[in-house]
Design a protein around this ligand. Structure first.
Ligand code: UT7
Length: 335
């Protein structure tokens, strides 16, 4: 870390990477585990399958694999990484931060490392934190990761939530772009009055682990699906529109929208409300389910690698999650 330098350097994404665990859990597999059907899951969510991490595979293991791919894609030396942020709600341990495990796994000795908790919006929050560090001249290169092992916080006896989530990790390398500013605008918001609607109530300091807390199944995800759905559409659209206004672009300028991948019906509703046809959205929720903070960076990496996002394209990211938290970012792709 250097002393404060000249203000407001441009920030660009120079590389992306992602990792999905090998094991695939299909809707047909779930039919054998809880009272559900492929038909219900497909029509209500658009999800067909999701990846599930191995027992000995943690959020940092997945994050490290995604990170190495992003660094290689950026053509960088690992020694040049000065900061690692891991956005996660499923950290390896309560202490230390998952980012420290990632640092050790990839050998980024020069980096300072911390986690960021903003649920499914975490990657957009982490990207904005990294952008500010770089824009201010404090560092030149940051590694931003979204990594989640949702399968270890899902209640596999609760059919209303266990069909929704998957595991995986995505990463991006952010760098000082000098006069070139790839990240054009960012909007972040939260509403702490609505923490009850989506949470993992047990295992933290409010309801520390005990036999009673486990018997009551409190270390697992609880969600009021319908309320979350309505708020998700509203806040992702509002944030998206605000980020567009701040960037000086309109929705018609956007070649690709990368939404948080929670539910196909939410993505369709955003498409209607924000005025961009569905074919401009990058969608992988059918193959990976909801990976919380990993959803946006995995979708981004796939879209870049399969040519869906090309140099010069304008990309709009929108995300929403527990808290509630939400965010939107506009980027002109420079890589
Ligand atoms: O990542 C953070 C953001 N998260 C989200 O954005 C998720 C937002 N919410 C959703 O995506 C939807 O609300 C869900 C997919 C979770 C649920 O869809 P819904 O249309 O809101 O269904 P519901 O919860 O109102 O349930 C409808 C029915 C209920 O039965 P009754 O009471 O009508 O008889 C549920 O018991 O569907 C039943 N049900 C199921 N049936 C078969 C709930 N889960 C299942 C299931 N299989 N897996």
């Amino acid at each position: 870390m250097s002393n404060y330098a000249a203000m407001n350097k441009g920030v660009v994404i120079t590389g992306t990477g992602s990792y999905l665990p090998e094991r695939i859990l299909t809707n047909q597999d779930l039919e054998k585990m809880v009272d559900t059907s492929d038909e219900w899951i497909s029509t209500r969510t658009g999800i067909k399958e999701r990846h599930i991490a191995a027992d000995n595979e943690s959020a940092s293991d997945m994050g490290a694999k995604a990170a190495l791919r992003a660094i290689e894609n950026a053509g960088k030396d690992i020694a040049s990484v000065e900061m690692i942020i891991v956005a996660t709600s499923t950290p390896d341990m309560l202490l230390p931060g998952t980012a420290c495990f990632v640092q050790e796994e990839i050998g980024a000795k020069k980096a300072f490392c911390f986690d960021l908790g903003a649920a499914c919006s975490g990657f957009l929050y982490a990207m904005e934190v990294a952008r500010q560090f770089i824009a201010q001249g404090t560092i030149n290169t940051a590694l931003v990761i979204g990594a989640e092992k949702m399968s270890c916080v899902v209640d596999w006896e609760d059919r209303s939530t266990c069909v929704l989530f998957g595991d995986g990790a995505g990463a991006a390398v952010l760098e000082n772009g000098g006069d070139v500013s790839g990240i054009k605008s960012s909007v972040l918001g939260s509403d702490g009055a609505l923490t009850d609607l989506l949470n993992i109530p047990g295992g933290g300091s409010r309801n520390p682990v005990s036999h009673r807390i486990i018997d009551e199944r409190l270390p697992f995800i609880k969600m009021e699906g319908k309320e979350v759905f309505k708020n998700a559409v509203r806040y992702m659209c509002d944030a998206g529109q605000q980020a567009l206004e701040r960037s000086g672009f309109t929705i018609d300028d956007i070649e690709c929208v990368i939404p948080h991948q929670a539910n196909m019906r939410i993505i369709s509703a955003i498409s209607d409300r924000i005025g961009a046809p569905l074919d401009r959205f990058y969608v992988n929720v059918d193959r990976v389910g909801n990976m919380s903070a990993a959803s946006v960076p995995v979708a981004l990496d796939e879209a870049v690698r399969n040519g869906r996002i090309k140099k010069g394209d304008k990309v709009l990211f929108v995300a929403f999650g527990g808290g509630f938290t939400w965010g939107a970012t506009v980027i002109e792709w420079t890589a």
